[in-house]
Design a protein around this ligand. Structure first.
Ligand SMILES: Nc1ncnc2c1ncn2[C@@H]1O[C@H](COP(=O)(O)OP(=O)(O)OP(=O)(O)O)[C@@H](O)[C@H]1O
Ligand SMILES: [Mg+2]
Length: 366
């Protein structure tokens, strides 16, 4: 149980239910390096929990392998994998003390001596701020403290990796933020790989070293938070990550007097040099022009187009400005207070260098 140096490889995992009628996940390939914090994120039903359960050995995949340092562990039982699973719902034993709850896995699955077990429990309780509460029952703890006990139960096992399925979904927003920071710190200190499932794209962005975006049972993209945000591989990833959602405009590629441009219902946007070579042979075809809200600039005059201002939504240091232009809804993000109250129409400029182009089927062009 050295706990370090392990590399976990998920290779071509497919899992179906109901005699193959339900494909929960398919062709899932993920590398988890030593000490890496990997997030599985995607909408409800996309196969996150199923993938995690296959890694844990709680489901048997129809196809594919789980390798740890090159050894195929796909056939091993869950208890022999030394991977710790933390469930979405807090599953503590109500009649046992915090101490016994944390010790539970050690008592069940190891033959360590009592001293070693006690030492591990004390150390973990210290790390998690539970040292004063070891003799309480779970009912005498707050939700956040209870979730810490679940984590402690996983930590005492000194696993090769932690597998966490939406562990903070039952907590209120402030506590969730606090626990995120805490888990990230603990993960850094332990330097143990962690695979963390969430449907919350913001949680994914703030926690992960590596983000795996899933949809409909398939991995859509794997990358750092910045890769995923700045350079989405397809329309789904662009749309799912980031809030407010990006602007996605259906445009026709046209040859104008000034060169190749994208023409939507309310504006004509010149193609950048980078884009021209990908679309100059496609005049007359439809593409999707994508742009994050922060790359629309609000102005008093001129700009690329005029728009009605629907709602200004304060986000804290920034405002989300919701616009409509010829029936199309758009969002911009501006510094706090930049758009004066009572404004009802604005001009908008486009930072074209920051834009993406997608095919109508959602694949990225450039
Ligand atoms: N035991 C099962 N029997 C039948 N279908 C299942 C089973 N477990 C999962 N599924 C189906 O497989 C698909 C993926 O489910 P999974 O629980 O992995 O999704 P998820 O991404 O974790 O979703 P959520 O965010 O809602 O937890 C869903 O369509 C689900 O209904
Ligand atoms: Mg789930």
């Amino acid at each position: 149980m050295d706990g370090t140096g392990d590399h976990i490889r998920i290779q071509g995992i497919r899992k179906t239910f109901d005699n193959g009628d339900i494909v929960a996940c398919d062709d899932v390939n993920i590398d988890i390096d030593e000490g890496e914090f990997v997030i599985l994120v995607g909408p409800s039903g996309c196969g996150k929990t199923t993938t995690l359960r296959c890694i844990a050995g709680l489901e048997e995949p129809d196809e594919g392998q789980i390798l740890v340092d090159g050894d195929d562990i796909t056939g091993l039982q869950s208890k022999d994998r030394n991977l710790a699973f933390v469930f979405q719902s807090i599953a503590l034993f109500p009649h046992m003390s915090v101490r016994k709850n944390i010790r539970f896995g050690l008592d069940m699955n190891t033959d360590l001596d009592g001293d070693e077990k006690n030492q591990r429990v004390e150390k973990v309780a210290q790390t998690l701020g539970l040292a004063e509460m070891l003799d309480r029952k779970p009912s005498a703890l707050s939700g956040g403290q209870q979730q810490r006990v679940s984590l402690g139960r996983a930590m005492v096992m000194e696993p090769k990796a932690f597998l966490l399925d939406e562990p903070f979904s039952a907590l209120d927003a402030n506590l969730r933020d606090e626990m995120r920071v805490e888990v990230k710190k603990i993960q850094r200190d332990l330097n143990t790989a962690m695979v963390f499932v969430t449907h919350d794209q913001e949680e994914a962005m703030t926690l992960g070293d590596k983000i795996v975006v899933m949809n409909d049972g398939h991995v859509q993209q794997i990358g750092t938070p910045y890769d995923i945000y700045n350079d989405p591989k397809n329309r789904f990833v662009a749309d799912f990550i980031g809030s407010p959602s990006p602007n996605l405009l259906e445009c026709t590629v046209e040859q104008t007097a000034d060169g190749i441009a994208f023409v939507s219902e309310f504006c004509t946007i010149p193609a950048t040099e980078r884009q021209v070579e990908h679309v100059e042979h496609r005049v007359g075809e439809t593409v999707i022009y994508g742009l994050r809200p922060e790359y629309l600039d609000i102005k008093d005059s001129d700009g690329a187009f005029a728009a009605d201002l629907d709602v200004v939504e304060p986000l804290g240091d920034r405002d989300a400005v919701h616009l409509s232009a010829n029936g199309t809804s758009l969002s911009a993000v501006t510094p706090q207070g930049e758009v004066a109250r009572g404004t009802d129409s604005v001009h908008v400029d486009i930072q074209t260098e920051e834009s993406w182009l997608f095919e109508r089927d959602g694949t990225r062009i450039v």
